[in-house]
Design a protein around this ligand. Structure first.
Ligand code: FAD
Length: 484
């Protein structure tokens, strides 16, 4: 590696030190390459400070309290309510108090060079980094430039919304007080999770969604979460869009809905989707549209609209390629990509076959997601609808989770449901969705069955322990029938 004060040449440049960028860099270094990572905010990215970690910390105490209250004696022993200050204090520690020194230590310990500042592509394998004090560093890559700049909150063009100073995920994840009334625009994962968290913390929450709740998962799952939110006192306006937002001089926010309803709140949280962090990235220098999601081929190499490669040196991983906006999928792509770049640098052909070492096949066949509402939702692979759209001969098997002995033992009045989506031709599982309290750990068994393409016949030999919630597997197989 040769360096001057303002010039640096490395094998690989990674723009963005979120979970994806960190992992691409780590794998490339392990593959024998030198890597510089460019970061304009905090090393660790959105996930560590304003998304996954702090939001899950906001939800965890409420989930533990609910679990205790679902049992008669434990419930009796719990007499108080959640102390928001204590919840926020624990959240702060999971967000490392918005200080990235721990992650920087890991990064440099892993042999990665950190360049602080805003990175812009300036030409082939060239990136210029501008620090907050105006210092610029010109980076050159011998092999590859990886864009892993993530995504930010989308602010939809609703009249008055911008001026109403809405919360995005950042203000919600970093909240230091609980608004008396919180309006949430958006019924996807972030909207549903934040409705769960803030209603448990004491807000009177109103959620407004143009669609049904949780439209990205099977309908039954969204319905059970909606029912639970209503019992927690959340008002849901589903299939109704927000058409106007105003904040008056007293600070009160009024949201007008498409059906004429008016919702008054102290804060309004916008959770209507994400935009890629590519607006000011120098994409115009490589013939791509600034502000667009980056399209990639199977090797995660950036392609233009016509599918042409940018000469094989520019890659994109994580949220910014829009394949699966989830930390664990970003990191999965990162492992494949870091290894692929190292392999190509050694002159080796990457293995891009289905489930091959350098292919991110799971993005297409086995995307995993946990939605940390109460009840939780887990999903992997296809929904019944997406399997049909993919031309699979679909078999659907549903089972009431509340009838599984492990679940009824777990909590009184346990309510939940699980669905297997089967490829009837191949007799394998291609999708699994479940909703129910405390089921997040059920997901990985389904993931292994799907990724391993385990025949249904063989799944009968995976004997779930009695009495656990995992017995749902046996019940689903029995419902499917031994001779299916
Ligand atoms: C509220 C919320 C909760 C979520 N919860 C979960 C969850 O529980 N589990 C889960 O798997 N996913 C969750 N997600 C999604 C998850 O946060 C993202 O999928 C993940 O952060 C993507 O990682 P990334 O590395 O691709 O991008 P990011 O984490 O966004 O990191 C990108 C980094 O690039 C930097 N950057 C951007 N542009 C430049 C530039 N030009 N120069 C230098 N640096 C730049 C940014 O500052 C940032 O640090 C959640 C998202 C939200 C909004």
């Amino acid at each position: 590696m040769t360096t001057t004060s303002m010039e640096l040449t490395v094998d690989v440049i990674v723009i963005g030190a979120g979970p994806t960028g960190e992992n691409v860099a780590d794998r490339a270094v392990q593959g024998g390459l030198s890597v510089a990572v460019v970061e304009t905010e905090l090393v660790g990215g959105e996930c560590s400070y304003w998304a996954c970690m702090p939001t899950k910390a906001l939800l965890r105490d409420a989930a533990a309290l609910r679990a205790a209250r679902a049992l008669p004696a434990a419930g009796q022993a719990v007499t108080g309510t959640l102390d928001p200050a204590a919840v926020f204090a624990r959240r702060n520690s999971f967000a490392s108090d918005w200080n990235d020194s721990g992650q920087v230590e890991w990064l440099t310990g892993a042999g990665i060079t950190l360049v602080r500042g805003h990175g812009r592509i300036t030409g082939t394998r060239a990136v210029t980094v501008t620090d907050s004090d105006g210092t610029t560093t010109n980076l050159e890559a011998r092999h590859a430039v990886v864009v892993s700049t993530g995504s930010s909150s989308l602010i939809p063009p609703i009249p008055g919304l911008d001026e109403a100073r809405p919360w995005t995920n950042r203000e919600a994840a970093g909240a230091t007080s609980v608004p008396g009334r919180l309006a949430i625009i958006g019924g996807g994962v972030v909207g549903a999770e934040m409705a769960t968290a803030f209603s448990a913390l004491g807000s009177q929450v109103t959620l407004i969604s143009r669609t049904r709740l949780l439209p990205s998962v099977e309908k039954f799952a969204g319905e059970q979460v909606a029912d639970a939110l209503r019992t927690y006192g959340v008002t849901l306006h589903l299939d109704a869009g927000a058409t106007d937002v105003r904040r008056d001089d007293g600070g009160e926010v009024r949201v007008t809905l498409s059906d004429g309803t008016e919702v008054t709140a102290d804060e309004v949280l916008v959770a209507t989707g994400r935009v890629p962090n590519t607006k000011d990235l120098g994409l115009e220098h490589v013939g791509l549209e600034p502000g667009s999601w980056l399209k990639v081929d199977d090797a995660l190499a950036v392609v233009d609209d016509s599918g042409q490669l940018e000469d094989g040196w520019l890659y994109a991983a994580g949220d910014v390629n829009h394949r699966a906006l989830l930390t664990h999928h970003g990191k999965y792509q990162a492992r494949a990509l870091g290894d692929l770049i190292a392999a190509r640098a050694r002159g080796e052909e990457p293995d891009l076959s289905t489930w091959g070492r350098h292919a991110a096949t799971a993005d297409e066949r086995a995307t995993t997601q946990v939605i940390f509402t109460d009840p939780e939702v887990v999903a992997v692979g296809h929904s019944a609808e997406s399997a049909e759209a993919a031309g699979i001969e679909v078999g659907i098997v549903d089972y009431d989770l509340g009838s599984v002995s492990g679940a009824s033992l777990h909590a009184d009045g346990y309510r939940g449901q699980a669905r297997m989506v089967i490829d009837e031709q191949r007799k394998i599982l291609v999708g699994f969705t479940a909703v129910g309290p405390d089921i997040s750990e059920l997901l990985h068994a389904a993931t292994i069955a799907i990724v391993g393409e385990v025949p249904l016949d063989r799944l009968w030999h995976a004997v779930p322990a009695y009495p656990t919630i995992s017995e749902i597997w046996l019940r689903l197989l029995e419902t499917a029938g031994r001779d299916r």
